[in-house]
Design a binder for this molecule. Structure first.
Ligand SMILES: [Zn+2]
Ligand SMILES: [Zn+2]
Length: 955
């Protein structure tokens, strides 16, 4: 990531804090320090280092940082170790592209060993970029000791997991219909398939299947995959559905009666007879192609090219008759097994048509290409049907079709051999242990996750690829005996070889002698990379070969987080493997966050250039502002966020900017601030009650893993502190004395508490603030302190909060009234009338303090309670009030001029001149002494002029 912008002062300050943390080893100490509450276990979902971190990674990372920081302050030790996901198609595809490979065959020609080593070299390409960016976002995590899924200890734990669940009878091999990618030449899991649905154009065709017993009469069957027609071995009807035989100009056709209108369209026809599907069963038809039908050695040939009844047939679409190609459809495959159909697979695993299908030999059935090329084979089949009088009609369709999540090739349904984890066997238990998990937001539990779990099918875990953990299963060439290895030592003993690496190109060379005297070789398949990710709790600590006791004490984890889409991926596989190995859930609390989109609501896209570089944003506004923006956003409710850079800017200005003004003000006067000072001042009592309430709100949010609810009270509080407390308190700092001490002690207490309560979410500014207000006996860093206590609210504090709330409401209503009446707030008025209530009236104890606040804010001489609700101003401006307003305005002008001249409050100005209109000069002359004292000007003189202007003469 290039650094395209100059670093702001905020960014530089954050970098200094980062340097301080590193130098003083604050993170390491926060993990190592005495933890009265023991260990809090957090699992890091590993990212790939094959690309750069994007906003999605950053928001996950921020959540991964906030909770552990909070728990540390609550007296836990929270080890955080980074992980890298290293295996699978993403890195294989990158290396294939670099080497210019188009097909899997290219890899085999190149050599699997060389290919795998190339993957190993490439997989950490961007690791150093991550190591630079992640800490800069404020995330504390040990990246030096990161685990990698490609390291031998990790891969050995994966073997242990596989063997454990194999021994429990939860792994099996089956030949069945799977989705395959013909470019990657591998099977894919249910989850991978669900990732890649896209709308595409296709051609559907209705073909004619001529009855053997009634030449000239045809069954009509409809298909959206014309390329499967050479694989046809049967037709299926619904037993209870009524079918009509109709007579037309070009032949007789059999179609479900309900579908006649749709299928025949404009064509003239006459119904000859009707029959139930069950009556059609057993009728033979002439195969469309004879490539396989003529093969006398074809198993079950006698059962082929007949009509069968099947439950899955409806009269809702097509012709009510289905073309059955069991090699290319799950239902078709089931029918094959039920009625012993012949098996015809005319397409290779790479998607090309086999040589015996002479008319289309070598053609790719569904390449990843533009519409014409993708449909080329279908068009050829259609043309063939037309030429051979087998064609009835065609239609252009658009439909949702699954694609490879990695290379975008349209997937095929393809009967093949695969290994499965029997999730369905475990499902009841998985559903039960899922009840132990606390989700934020809560609806994911029964919603996305719960529904996915209920619908879960067996997990296809075998892949026909290269750079991955392998399936540690050896099979005897002679007697077919199987042996699974759950650790390297046993394999070394049985094979007599030393094993340094568990990747395919090395481990496939390791053979074992079978008891029968034959040789056992590993099956060629590797594991789905999600098996790696789901094994992360065990792999990262090399369980059970190391850390056995500690792992068993700390499993399951207390906390994990990722984006919502992981409900069917990482969250799911962690849960499945924990259920399969330990009959428990893998995690107790999980935050599932939404997706960060570009400001225009589209996906963030490099090509569209519709989002700012994350590091640029951090260099402009700082990481705290970005954290505050994302963590308080709808992302934490699992909703999407349209990322707006301007909003990060606003977060900086409104929060860190304002808070820094408060701090700067405090620093200006802090000298000699007493540490413990109980103030009776209404503003002090109020802001202390407010900061304690803040601690309560933030604590509740974190305890419930509702991070947005823990973060959003911070801006509200900063607003109260800055625009109400400090603004209203400014005058109290002018004179040395008890009140000034009280105000300073209050600010210090508030900032000290605030620095701790904001530490998890805004770690940089929290540190800066803490360093400015910390006491001698305090810890070295805010991140080593304990979480502030939630003080039990006494009645007085609660009253202070509600009364100040009412006071501010009255003030804002009165100021609005002034605005409506166009009465400048600097013009004093004689009275404000307000409605009295039970808790806010003339007899309320201590009310006068609040009325003073109102008088000052609204600039009125008195506040009177009346029985009418609402507020009302006395708008009569007397001569005396007018003069007072003028004096006040001039005072402000003079103060402003002092400020422009950068004078400090204690500086005295020798002389100053005020230019003003004649009538105003006459009035002001009467107040010259008052003005001189108030503005520290030794001699103020007046000059008549059209407009007011101040000229200061320096002291
Ligand atoms: Zn693919
Ligand atoms: Zn054997």
């Amino acid at each position: 990531m290039a650094e395209n912008v100059d670093k702001s002062a905020v960014a530089k300050r954050e970098e200094e804090i980062l340097a301080f943390w590193n130098e003083r080893k604050i993170f390491e100490r926060s993990v190592a320090q005495d933890a009265p509450n023991g260990e809090y276990v957090f699992y890091d979902g590993p990212p790939f280092a094959t690309g750069l971190p994007h906003y999605g990674h950053l928001v996950t990372g921020m959540i991964k940082d906030v909770i552990p920081r909070y728990k540390t302050m609550r007296g836990y030790s929270v080890p955080r170790v980074w992980g890298w996901d290293c295996h699978g198609l993403p890195i294989e595809n990158i290396v294939e592209k670099q080497l210019g490979f188009k097909h899997k065959k290219d890899i085999k020609d190149f050599g699997i060993a060389k290919f795998n080593e190339a993957c190993r070299d490439q997989v950490m390409t961007y690791a150093h970029e991550w190591e630079r960016i992640i800490p800069r976002t404020g995330r504390w995590v040990d990246m030096q000791n990161a685990y990698r899924t490609m390291d031998k200890p990790y891969m050995e734990s994966v073997w242990w997991v596989f063997k454990t669940i194999y021994d429990k009878g939860l792994v099996y091999e089956d030949y069945r219909s799977m989705h395959i990618c013909t470019r990657c030449e591998t099977t894919l899991s249910q989850q991978e398939v669900s990732e890649g649905y896209k709308e595409i154009k296709d051609i559907s065709v209705t073909a004619k299947f001529e009855r053997v017993d009634m030449p000239g009469t045809y069954f009509l069957a409809w298909t959206t995959t014309p390329w499967t027609l050479p694989g046809n071995v049967a037709l299926a009807v619904g037993a209870a559905i009524e079918y009509s035989t109709v007579k037309t100009d070009d032949g007789n056709y059999i179609v479900a009666t309900e579908r006649l209108g749709y299928v025949m369209g404009e064509k003239k026809y006459e119904v000859v007879s009707t029959a139930r599907g069950s009556e059609l069963v057993g009728i033979s038809y002439k195969p469309l192609f004879d490539y396989y039908a003529k093969d006398e050695k074809l198993k079950n040939r006698e059962n082929g090219w007949k009509v069968y009844a099947a439950d899955f047939i409806t009269a809702e679409s097509g012709t009510g008759i289905a073309h059955e190609a069991p090699a290319f459809g799950a239902e078709d495959w089931e029918l094959l097994k039920q009625v012993n159909l012949p098996f015809v697979q005319h397409v290779n695993f790479d998607g090309t048509i086999r040589p015996e299908v002479i008319a289309f030999a070598g053609m790719e059935v569904k390449p990843n290409a533009e519409d014409r090329v993708r449909m080329a084979t279908d068009i050829e089949v259609l043309r063939y049907l037309q030429e051979h009088n087998l064609f009835f009609s065609k239609e252009n369709i658009t439909h949702q079709y699954p694609h490879c999540w990695r290379c975008d090739t349209p997937l095929l349904n393809y009967a093949t051999s695969s290994w499965f984890v029997s999730v369905t066997k475990l499902k009841d238990e998985l559903l039960k242990t899922a009840q132990n998990v606390n989700w934020s937001p809560e609806h994911i539990k029964e919603g996305l996750f719960g529904k996915w779990l209920e619908g879960a099918k067996d997990w296809g875990i075998s892949r026909q690829r290269f750079w991955a953990s392998v399936i540690p299963l050896w099979v005897c060439e002679a007697c077919k005996a199987q042996k699974v290895y759950g650790n390297v030592a046993d394999l070394e003993k049985d094979s007599g070889q030393t094993i340094v690496d568990l990747h395919k190109h090395i481990i496939d060379e390791v053979t074992v002698s079978c008891t029968c005297g034959g040789t056992m070789r590993r099956i060629p398949d590797v594991l789905d990379t999600w098996f790696d990710s789901g094994s992360m709790p065990y792999g990262q600590v090399h369980y059970p070969f190391e850390n056995k006791e500690r792992f068993e004490k700390t499993f399951p984890a207390q906390f994990i987080t990722e984006y919502t889409g992981q409900f069917r991926a990482w969250f799911y596989y962690l849960h499945v493997l924990a259920g399969a190995t330990f009959s428990t859930n893998a995690f107790q609390n999980v935050v599932a966050h939404g997706i960060v989109l570009a400001e225009d609501g589209k996906k963030m896209s490099k090509r569209l250039n519709n989002y700012p570089d994350p590091l640029d944003v951090i260099n402009k506004y700082g990481a705290d502002a970005l954290r505050l923006y994302m963590l308080s956003s709808p992302l934490l409710k699992a909703e999407n966020l349209n990322f707006a850079e301007s909003a990060v800017d606003e977060m900086l200005k409104k929060n860190i900017g304002r808070l820094n003004n408060v701090l700067e003000f405090y620093k200006l006067y802090e000298n000699g601030t007493p540490r413990d000072f109980k103030s009776a001042h209404v503003l002090d009592r109020w802001i202390i009650a407010r900061v304690n309430a803040l601690v309560g709100e933030v604590t509740d949010g974190f305890e419930g893993y509702a991070l947005d609810e823990a973060v959003r009270p911070l801006p509200q509080f900063i607003d109260d502190l800055s625009v109400w407390y400090l603004r209203r308190s400014r005058d109290r700092f002018k004179e040395d004395g008890e009140d000034k001490k009280a105000a300073l002690a209050t600010i210090r207490y508030v900032l000290h508490t605030l620095s701790r309560v904001m530490a998890p979410s805004m770690p940089f500014y929290a540190e800066y603030l803490f360093q400015a207000v910390k006491e001698g006996e305090d810890e070295e860093s805010v991140h080593l302190t304990l979480w502030p206590e939630v003080l039990e609210h006494d009645t007085n504090a609660a009253q202070d909060l509600t009364r100040m709330f009412a006071t501010r409401l009255i003030v804002s209503q009165a100021l609005k009234e002034r605005e409506t009446l166009k009465l400048n707030v600097r013009q004093p008025l004689s009275a404000l009338y307000i409605g009295k209530t039970d808790v806010y009236g003339p007899d309320t104890p201590g009310i006068s303090e609040y009325l003073e606040v109102i008088k000052d804010e609204v600039n009125v001489k008195s506040v009177e309670f009346v029985s009418d609700a609402g507020v009302k101003l006395d708008t009569v401006v007397t001569e005396a009030l007018l003069q007072e307003g003028l004096v006040r305005e001039v005072r402000r002008l003079l103060q402003g001029a002092r400020k422009d001249a950068n004078l400090s409050p204690s500086d005295t100005v020798t002389s100053a001149v005020l230019e003003a209109p004649k009538d105003e000069v006459e009035i002001l002359t009467k107040f010259v002494d008052e003005l001189q004292v108030a503005t520290k000007i030794a001699k103020l003189s007046f000059v008549e002029a059209e407009k007011k202007r101040v000229i200061l003469e320096q002291k």
